[in-house]
Design a protein around this ligand. Sequence first.
Ligand code: 5GP
Ligand code: MG
Length: 180
Amino acid sequence: MRDDIERTLISSEDLARRVRELADEIAATYAGRPDGLVIVPILSGSVIFLADLIRCMPFKMRVGLMAVSSYRGATTQSRGARVLQPLGIDITDRHVLVLDDILDTGNTLRLVVDQLKRQNPASLRVCVLLRKPNKAPKSLQVDFVGFDIEDVFVVGYGLDYNDLYRNWPGIGVLKRELYA
Ligand code: 5GP
Ligand code: MG
């Protein structure tokens, strides 16, 4: 797997440090809301981020899964987004935090946010581990961002190419000759 990674963009140590900081920011934002928080990770890219983040926040919360396809597969181009698995739990009057691995064109998050808003949560915020600020639309507001990165295709720490590389511990740039 190492041979397929051109360079490391964010090391596993830097990820761990920043995830802990994000958890502190999030915990402070939701302090004093005993009704609890519902974390909604967008599968599959955010699973590692989810696992690390929520273990830095040892207070009562619910986790509701949602799966969205961004039609990437064996390509690195976004072609819109589609909900594969809708949220299975009730978020009416609850505080919801959507978690995604990366904000690129914003198609995924716009779709998710629109769908969740219709279920009347008490509040709705968004946290992304990575953001490509050159491409992310200004109109799509995110509340917590781990790292702003350059516009390159990255893998690791949950992010895949063609379902591979999710278990790479850092965020790396995939060798250009490996993708279409
Ligand atoms: P958007 O809908 O904002 O264009 O893209 C969001 C989704 O596309 C992310 O949840 C992620 O699954 C995928 N994606 C966007 N950029 C990258 C990237 O650089 N690497 C990988 N592996 N996936 C990406
Ligand atoms: Mg995704």
